[in-house]
Design a protein around this ligand. Structure first.
Ligand SMILES: [Zn+2]
Length: 594
């Protein structure tokens, strides 16, 4: 009996031992490049994709798909993890699951998210430790978004950042920052991304980065779209459900923090501030598409392992949360999409500002700092001591809308503005065409005081201006593009087409030619006409004289003085400084092509 018992124990022991050996061997075969390096290095593009393709070979739940090409010819990959093998958007949406998209390496030097995701995918489908995370979620991972930047490898790409040993570069091979390109969509990578995004329409989005900024103890910080730039009811879902979870999270044993933007770098006690960024950035863009969007920013001074593990823990916690809240999330985004189809005639927020009053307290885990005068810079030299301190500091996190716009029934865009029409459709905006000419009462914008930025920003010289709204009766020919606002993506259309939006296509320079005067009068032709006009029109005479007395630039320039009369003559081109995109306010039965 005793012998038999011992024998059983032995068998059990051997079986257990065998399992341990098996799982050890499994782990050894499946260590990621980052783990093999002792948590100090990150794999290059080829090594990264080799690992993803190995996952695809061994697991029926993984598919690796290209969603486009970079300017240097590399494939942009999406890794799809689905227990139902729902490897295309259509099938995925038929499943009763939330779709989470995790994007890594938009700033390729900030690559923690990629190594966290490779490890996570392994833990889900190989060791199966985290297999249950796919129970109610379909996981989409972009291992590296800025693939060309990722291959511009150097030790010297991120002066503020503590590892990995070598890393990629912030921007693309065309020197464009993809995280400023979401609305204007100049980069081929953005074109591919927008097509992929609108096809998959994930229910939740994560963008993984590494910070710059002050030194402190927190290793993970986060930005969450939660203000009026995210429509209801998904805004309430984010604030009431997700925000408490992420706010109470700890990573590597340290509480996560909201993105730390100090009001005063010399004195953290003055508090934190946040605001709403324009949708040229990833998370505000995704918010415009009615989806919750989380920005993970690990702290640059922490070692690579701490940062990758912190990112891993944040993504895992989000996945756990989504596995329990997938139903409420799906219902909420569907409802938000429905509501955003009914914005016509309502007020829509285009600009935001942070209120200059604290609305909360944050328990900040900082490092003591000294501030002294620098003889090198002449300014303040801050030194962090690495001596920890903690304090409750004020948070300035209340945001108000500084500019609302009345949502029209439709925008009418003359067909010749093809690039504008093409970019709008990249955003998933449905555009139709007039099948017959039609005369319509519309609102239009006139531009004044236009001024171009001297230095390029993201390859463009933005223009600033003031606007005046005018009413017009106008004939629109067949072929005119029509953007009706009773659609899911109405928010993106409003941000792209309203001149006062911070990301208006017109301010990015898509319509620069409309600001140019193309015909000029000869002085000797204008002189007698000007005289005649002065004689006939007392008001004009008065306006001219006032300008002479009050505007010295005007008074000093003979050509500008004569051009004043040209501008008031019937020869003047009425289309100069006139925005060609018209706002149709009242719903009208439009003749539209199918
Ligand atoms: Zn970044």
């Amino acid at each position: 009996m005793l012998i038999m018992k011992t024998g059983y124990y032995l068998i059990f022991l051997l079986m257990g031992f065998g399992e341990i050996l098996y799982s050890q061997k499994l782990m050894q075969n499946w260590l990621t490049f980052y783990e093999q390096s002792g948590y100090t290095k990150t794999p290059n593009y080829e090594q990264t994709m080799e690992f993803c393709k190995r996952l695809e070979i061994v697991s029926p739940f993984i598919k690796v798909k290209s969603f486009g090409k970079s300017p240097e010819g590399r494939d942009l990959y999406l890794v799809i993890a689905s227990k139902d093998k729902a490897f295309d958007a259509q099938r995925a949406h038929q499943k009763d699951k939330a779709i989470l998209l995790v994007q890594n390496g938009i700033h390729a030097g900030e690559i923690d998210g990629k190594d966290a995701c490779l490890k996570l995918l392994r833990d889900i489908v190989v060791t199966k430790e985290k297999e249950s995370l796919l129970d109610h979620v379909i996981l989409l991972v972009i291992p590296i978004y800025n693939v060309d930047g990722h291959e511009r490898i150097s030790k010297y790409n991120r002066i503020n950042q503590n590892g990995p040993e070598e890393m990629g570069w912030r921007v693309t091979s065309q020197n464009l920052n993809l995280n400023r390109d979401y609305i204007k969509a100049d980069a081929p990578e953005t074109h591919a991304w927008l097509k992929m995004f609108n096809e998959w329409l994930p229910d939740f989005f994560i963008d993984a980065h590494v910070t710059d900024g002050a030194d402190y103890q927190h290793n993970v910080t986060f930005g969450l779209e939660k203000h009026e730039n995210l429509a209801e009811p998904v805004r309430s879902w984010v604030n009431q459900k997700y925000l408490p979870m992420i706010s109470n999270l700890t990573t590597n044993g340290v509480p996560v923090a909201p993105y730390i933007s100090l009001r005063n770098h010399e004195d953290p006690m003055k508090g934190l501030q946040s605001g709403v960024a324009p949708p040229r950035l990833s998370t505000p863009y995704v918010a415009l598409q009615n989806r919750p969007a989380l920005l993970i920013e690990t702290h640059m001074m922490k070692d690579y392992k701490t940062r990758v593990e912190g990112t891993y823990q944040t993504i895992v916690s989000t996945l756990e949360f989504l596995n329990s809240e997938y139903k409420t999330l799906q219902q909420t985004v569907t409802e938000t999409d429905r509501i955003s189809m009914n914005r016509i005639g309502q007020k829509f927020p285009l600009r935001f500002e942070t209120v200059d009053a604290p609305n909360g307290i944050f328990h900040y885990l900082g490092f003591k700092q000294t501030n002294q005068k620098s003889d090198i810079s002449g300014g303040v030299w801050t030194t962090y001591t690495k001596e920890p301190f903690e304090a409750d500091i004020p948070v300035y996190d209340s945001v108000k809308v500084s500019k609302f716009i009345d949502v029209p029934y439709a925008y009418l865009i003359p067909r010749q503005w093809q690039e504008v029409i093409k970019r709008l459709s990249l955003h998933g905006i449905k555009i139709r065409e007039l099948s017959k000419p039609i005369e319509l009462d519309v609102e239009m914008y006139k531009f004044y005081n236009s001024k171009w930025q001297q230095n390029p920003y993201e390859s463009r010289h933005s223009v600033s201006y003031t606007t005046e709204k005018i009413s017009a009766k106008k004939m629109f020919p067949a072929g005119t593009a029509v953007v009706q606002l009773n659609q899911r993506t109405s928010g993106v259309a409003l941000f792209a087409l309203e001149p006062e939006s911070p990301d208006a296509f017109v301010s990015w320079g898509f319509f620069d030619a409309i600001f140019e005067q193309k015909e000029y009068s000869e002085d000797y032709v204008m002189e007698p006409i000007a005289r005649e006009m002065l004689e006939k029109d007392q008001n004009l005479k008065q306006e001219f004289e006032t300008k002479l007395n009050t505007d010295t630039t005007f008074a000093k320039s003979p050509s500008v003085r004569l051009n004043f009369f040209y501008q008031h003559s019937p020869w003047w081109d009425q289309n100069v400084n006139l925005y060609p995109v018209a706002r149709l306010i009242n719903p009208v039965q439009l003749p539209l092509k199918d």
